[in-house]
Ligand binder design. Sequence first.
Ligand SMILES: Nc1ncnc2c1ncn2[C@@H]1O[C@H](COP(=O)(O)OP(=O)(O)O)[C@@H](O)[C@H]1O
Ligand code: SF4
Ligand SMILES: [Mg+2]
Length: 321
Amino acid sequence: MDELLNIKDLRVKITDGGSEFYAVDGIDFRIPYGGTHALVGESGCGKSITAYSVMGLLPDVASVDSGSIHFRGDDLTKLSGRELERIRGKSIGMIFQEPLASLDPVFTIYSQISEAITLHEKAGGAQLKERVTALLKKVHIPDAKQRLESYPHQLSGGMRQRVMIATAISLKPALLIADEPTTALDVTIQLQILKLLKELKDEMGMGLFLITHDLGVVSYTCEQVSVMYAGRIVESCATKELFASPMHPYTKALLKSIPKGKGGGKKIAAIKGMVPSPEHMPKGCRFAPRCELADKKCEEAQPVLAKVSTGHYVACIRPWQ
Ligand SMILES: Nc1ncnc2c1ncn2[C@@H]1O[C@H](COP(=O)(O)OP(=O)(O)O)[C@@H](O)[C@H]1O
Ligand code: SF4
Ligand SMILES: [Mg+2]
């Protein structure tokens, strides 16, 4: 049977001024119908570019160079702009880090959500109003009816993200893509939004593609997780397995940097060094300059993602150390 989302060997090239590089360099990523899969990694690893490829919203400098993105059986990389528009916002809902940037300050909450609906469906009048009110209730916005006439700046960050979620789910999408949905929010609000996403996902049976730099967010929401580093996936398995037996040195470092304690707290150990820039991409393992286990052998060739146990894949030449 077709999967909800099946990304195969995707390469996305960025041509920026004189430089040309692959922001996404041959990744595989799958979500079954109703499944949840997170893509996690530090800033600049290619997570958003992966999501934009699925949504057909790549910036001008970027283009899909090779590979495929099948959504419910159709290869999205082969569809026209118009066909993608029909899917985006209807079958694939999206939410981003900063809800204020996605909301128009001069329009009321009602007009923004209703527009998302009428873009794809004929609807109007009292019925549409009721439908939007029900959506606000579904994302637990108090005084839903009164809130219809509010403007984005009259809402808190958490409430604005709820409005974005209401918009994203308004047409019952089969897949929700959430790119750093809680990064801009306070820790207590983060948890509420994650709870909401989980609740909606369970209730509506939609798939969830979650993007985050924070593994703590993953443990709460996703069954599967793939760790991305410098354009490639370096580890992929069930979330429980990742926390119980992480294998890639990068994953282990990410796990150590999860904020501990109630209310988040401080990062206990940030990972030393930085994600390599495209001009200084190591020839062998891309994590080698930051890896404590690195030696000459690691610099010879790029490790490929290989199976270490059932459903657990790692791209490292010595995953058991
Ligand atoms: N609009 C753009 N112009 C030039 N480079 C970009 C653009 N968007 C992303 N990139 C580059 O692509 C790489 C991956 O970026 P991105 O997918 O945004 O990372 P992440 O979401 O993991 O933080 C980075 O090297 C980034 O600098
Ligand atoms: S291949 Fe070598 S450098 Fe890369 S993660 Fe594994 S041990 Fe570290
Ligand atoms: Mg991003």
